[in-house]
Design a protein around this ligand. Sequence first.
Ligand code: SAM
Length: 326
Amino acid sequence: MQLTDSHGRKINYLRLSVTDRCNMRCFYCMPKEGILKKGHDAILSYEELYLIAEISVAMGIEKIRITGGEPLVRAGIVAFLGKLAEITGLRHLALSTNGLLLADMAASLYSAGVQRLNVSLDSLDTTTFAEITRGGDLNRVLAGLDAAERVGFPPPKINVVIMKGINDAEILAFAEMTRKRGNSVRFIEYMPVLKEDGWQRYCISGEEILERIAGRYTLEQVDKGRFAGPSRDFRIPGALGAIGIITAVSGHFCSDCNRIRVTSTGQTKGCLFSDEKTDLTPLLRPPDREELTKALQGIVSGKAERHGITQAGYVHKNFTMSQVGG
Ligand code: SAM
């Protein structure tokens, strides 16, 4: 079955958040004090999350990415992933993690049937990394990357949020990583999520990132795979890993959008920056398959053609990526 939105985009990708809790406090993602802890009832149970996943696949979703918060901090995550991996019709099961717990969990994630890992890593310098994450240990993340490959995963994709004056001096070091380690690296434009004046000061466009890399290396364009989503991909000739640019803010993004999101509290959204969302919890308690299908279909067909964050009059939404499932 094929799922298409009202702008003709094929929607085959669900980002499913399993928790809003995180064991890091990246300054651009979460307030220092963390977010207000939700009661157990507010967070969907694994049975409820599974039902959403299963219905989505029946509707035409082919790829599910488990995200959060930090998905590896939720108890029982490995067993849940094992169940998801068995859904008939699901072609691709991926997980986003900050990598802190990966060294210990890589083997069980691989056995559970997770196919790909994305690891968020914003600096290769221990001090800058600790500053961005407010205390994170870079060496644990690097050990997690090594462990993932040792147990059989393809080299995890690295997601780097580039912020002017914070880590933009490391753009070339990350590009070099695609040659040295074979990881693909995706540079993500910083997006305004925390309600913060002057967020533009961190912004560097994907074009500028590319120009800086092209100043040192030759870049060849890479054909996108069927699950690639809205990144533009390049490769330094001979490098094992690719270099991707996600220009979420400056453009070239929405026309390739292939995703919907469901948060750990059961809110489903067609666009990260849209206010439009549907609360699935009343349809899950007790579960109503037909209504859940209708609600998910409604989110797909109601997907906006593009986000409006760079347009005049955009009203800043106050949310954290950890709540929406970045
Ligand atoms: N804990 C997991 C991880 O670290 O990948 C999954 C959740 S995390 C919220 C998902 C991604 O959102 C991370 O790569 C993070 O860097 C990104 N992110 C969070 N806030 C962002 C922002 N303001 N702009 C751009 N990316 C952001």
